[in-house]
Structures are given as C-alpha cells and as structure tokens.
Design a protein around this ligand. Structure first.
Ligand SMILES: C[S@@+](CC[C@H](N)C(=O)[O-])C[C@H]1O[C@@H](n2cnc3c(N)ncnc32)[C@H](O)[C@@H]1O
Length: 483
C-alpha cells in the first residue's frame, strides 16, 4: 500500500452485497448436493477473508450463536464500521480485524469454513496467490472454502472494456467525476458497436443496469486497478499447487446439464469427478458463466462423501404461472422450468405452495414415493436455481409468540439504515415509517397490547391489537422473528 495515498476501499466504501450462497448453511447444502458432507454450521468456526465490514459474517453469527466467526480486511475503515454494527447488535461470537492477506499469519487456529467473496479477481497477482496459500494453511480437515471471482472465457470482453475505461478516465480527479465519465464512455461504446461486435453482449449487459448502478460499486468493479479474471482451469491449477481441490460451485449451476447434447455429455463424463476440469469444459461448452463461486477442499483431507439429502430443506424462490394448460416456474427472465412429468410437477407445486416455509427432504421424498427420484428433481430445480437448499434448521419462526422478538442484527441495522439481513440471509428493504419502528419495538419486552400502545404513541394514530396481528404475520413471512 502507498503510505501517502489512502487505500481505495478506505476512501470509497464498498456497498456490501448480501451473498446468500456464502452462508454456511447454504454451503453445507451445496456440498451435500455435490455428494460430500461439510461441517455442521451450528458449531463450525468461520473465517472470512476480505470481509469488508463483515455484514455477511454477522448474518451467519446471528443464526449460529455457538460458532466462532472471524473476519479481516485491509480496509480499517470498513472493519471499524462493522465492529460498531456488531457491537450494537450484541453479537459476541464475531471478531473483526484489520489485516492484510499478504501478512495474515499462516499458523494458528483452523476453520471449518473459509470464504473470500469478490476478492480474488480484484487484487494483484501476489495477493491472489497468498489468498489460496492462506486458505490452504487455515482450512481444517474436512472443511470447505468459498472463493468467488470473475471467470474466463466469459469475462474476456469485460477485461478489455474495463482496461479501456480505466485508461481513458485515469486523468480525472474525484471518484464521482471519474465514474460519470466512465459511464458516459460505456454509452458511447454501446452506441457505436458494429453489427457482429464481440463486445456488444457485454456492453448490452452493462447498459441494462447502468442507470441504476451504485457509483461506488461501479468504481470498485469497472475502474479497479487490479482486475484479472481467471479460467477455472488456471484457478484449479493454482489451487492444486497449494494442496487444495475444486469441489463444485456454490451457485449450483454446475449440476445442470439437461440441455447438453450427447457429445457435450461425453466430454463432461470424460472429466470424471475432477470438478475443475468439469467446470472448465462446461465454461467452454456454454460460454456464459462470468461469475463463479468455487468451493475448495483440502486434497489431503476432503470432507467425507455423503449420499442422500436427508439433512436438507428446500424453499421455492421463483414465480409460478399457468401457461396454456401447463405450469411454468420461473427463476428469472431467462431461466424457467416446465415440469417434465407428474412427479416433478407435484414437487414444484408443493414447494411453490409452501413458499413461506422450507419443506424437508423427507417430506418431498414421501410425496414422490422414491427418495432417489426426489433427489434428482430437487437437484435439478436447485441448479437452475429455482429453489434454495438449506442445511440448517430455520432459526426464525413464522408464528411468533405473545412477545415477538426480531433478530438483533435486523434491529441494529434498521436503527439507522433502510435495509436489514433476515434470518435466512436475504435482503429486507424498508422505507422509513411504521414498519421500521415496529420491528425496533419487537425486542421481546412487549406483548401485543404493549406493541399497539407504543406504536399508537409513536405515530399519534391508533394501532389496535387487531392491526398488530396481521403486521406480525406479514413480517414473519420475511423471516425476521427469532424462533
Ligand atoms: C470487492 S470488495 C469485496 C468485499 C466483501 N467481501 C463483499 O463481498 O462485500 C474487495 C475487498 O477486498 C479487500 N482487500 C483487498 N486487498 C486486500 C488484502 N491485501 N488483504 C485483505 N483484504 C483486502 C478490500 O478492502 C475489499 O473490502
């Protein structure tokens, strides 16, 4: 780091995204869907490298009070922000430290889970190498690591557009002016592409978002000094050199292969269970996967193999629509599923009907009448992803008692922000107003009558208990009340 110039992440805060796939319950579920068994998230320790303000780690700490959570980041400013929030939320099982990947001790306690989201492709090469070394040194036997990064070949056009934007705006002082100039340039590039342009697909993606892009996020992604996506082939080799192996993708897209032709399937089969080779072949066959969430395990002590999904619960996360006598289950505009048979339809309907609550694997297996077939259907839906797979029992309740308690992190975040991380690691945005105040009051000290009384006093308008009950039921569906 240059002593005279502030670290770029200290100067411009990175808007921490909610990364559900990094939650340890989701990582364990991803492992089981890939055929291996990661540690129990209720007790396994967690290290997050380059954690920013540690918000995702706090979401995990809140729902696993008996597990230790450690995060570090080079940005002392982000760490300070995170410590304040963790203290306000009263989270005792989290430790946030300022630290550098290059010098963080290799010796010391090992962790059942290690994650690094959005770091690997955005740091210089020596830091990238050190990141993998650190994971190899600190991952406990049987543990699992998550490393996300932009991926080649799909990111090839982005590399050049990014370098172009960086060079063309390097002389501009002030982040806001630089971001504005770079966004204007993107629009000029998009307008002037010739038919058949190899840059156009990437520019189209960028243009679809550019007017609502968070400037800080745009700055750290599109104007970052160190930006180097890597292929899964090269990543697998780098991991292999330090004793780690790729064991799947936490996004689960690597489990989907229905639409491959026979030659492609043979090519995939040829890679056997070498997940790095499989992933690279898939990337060459598909050409679309830009962002990857690689799962890593120790070559000398991988997690035990596991058969069956008994520990998992599934929640529908898409939309269901009737369409010409058939039902279409949609994840987003491009991804949908039309049930191939009655069993699949029954599973999807059961999950879509129960979108308010996860359904356990045993429940679905009973419905299908065949556990192996149920596992196939669920794996396919999770890989799209139309459903989320969770390995931890819910820490939330849909039916809070007489004195509802909203999660501590939720209350702390809403005290001075407009969004919170729910007890299922999702983003809940709330405008200022009654709902925020209501959640703040749900600290377990008030029964429903007291909640009605205090809301009436706060807003000078009557909140009767019969208005309170539906509000609680509605918020419970957002997974904010502690079980
Ligand atoms: C794109 S941000 C991602 C932050 C966070 N993981 C998230 O997803 O919100 C990259 C992070 O890596 C951190 N970082 C960069 N170089 C680092 C280093 N050498 N040691 C530790 N953290 C570093 C930055 O401070 C920044 O917080």
């Amino acid at each position: 780091m240059n002593a005279e110039k502030p670290f770029v992440y200290d100067e411009i805060a990175y808007p921490t995204p909610v990364v559900a796939q990094m939650a340890t319950g989701r990582m364990r579920a991803a492992g089981l869907l890939h055929g291996w068994s990661a540690p129990d998230p209720a007790t396994a320790s967690v290290l997050e490298i380059g954690c920013g303000d540690g918000l995702n780690l706090m979401g995990m700490a809140e729902v696993a009070p008996n597990a230790r959570h450690v995060g570090f980041d080079l940005s002392a400013v982000a760490i300070e922000r995170g410590r304040h929030l963790a203290a306000r939320a009263g989270l005792a099982n989290i430790q946030l430290e300022a630290g550098d990947i290059l010098t963080w001790p290799r010796d010391g306690e090992t962790f059942g889970y290690i994650s690094a989201h959005g770091v690997y492709a955005w740091v210089p090469q020596p830091v990238r190498a050190a990141l993998l070394e650190l994971i190899a040194a600190r991952l406990a036997p049987g543990g699992v690591a998550y490393v996300s990064f932009d991926c080649l070949p799909a990111a090839a056009a982005k590399v050049e557009i990014q370098a172009f934007l960086r060079a063309q705006t390097a002389h501009i002082d002030g982040t806001a002016a630089r971001v504005a100039a770079a966004m204007k340039l993107v629009k000029a590039l998009a307008r002037n592409q010739r038919p058949g342009s190899r840059l156009k697909p990437q520019l189209d993606l960028l243009m679809a978002e550019i007017d609502r892009y968070d400037p800080a996020y745009f700055f750290h992604d599109w104007l970052a000094d160190a930006y180097a996506p890597t292929s899964l082939r090269a990543f697998g080799e780098a991991a292999d050199r330090v004793g780690l192996a790729v064991a799947g993708d936490a996004g689960l897209g690597d489990l989907y292969g229905d639409d491959m032709d026979a030659e492609a399937r043979a090519l995939m089969d040829g890679a056997g269970s070498d997940f790095a080779a499989r992933g690279f072949r898939r990337d060459m066959l598909r050409g679309v996967q830009m962002f990857r969430r690689a799962l890593l395990v120790r070559k000398d002590a991988p997690p035990p193999r596991a058969a069956g999904l008994d520990d998992l619960a599934f929640a529908f996360s898409g939309e269901r629509r009737a369409e010409g006598g058939r039902t279409r289950y949609t994840a987003d505009a491009d991804v949908f599923l039309i049930a191939a048979n009655a069993q699949e339809q029954a599973v999807m309907d059961a999950l879509a009907d129960g979108s308010t609550r996860e359904r356990g694997f045993a429940d679905i297996a009973r419905l299908v009448g065949d556990a192996a077939r149920a596992a196939e259907i669920l794996t396919r839906a999770a890989s799209l992803p139309l459903i989320a797979a969770h390995a931890t029992p819910p820490s939330y309740t849909l039916t809070p008692g007489e004195r509802p308690v909203a999660g501590r992190l939720i209350r702390a975040m809403l005290a001075d922000g407009d969004w919170a991380l729910t007890l299922r690691h999702a983003k809940l945005t709330l405008k200022p107003g009654p709902t925020r105040t209501f959640l703040a009051l749900c600290d377990g000290t008030r029964d429903r009558a007291a909640l009605a009384r205090d809301m009436t006093a706060a807003f000078n308008t009557p909140f009767t208990p019969d208005r309170i009950a539906p509000a609680i039921a509605d918020l419970a569906l957002r997974r904010v009340f502690i079980a």
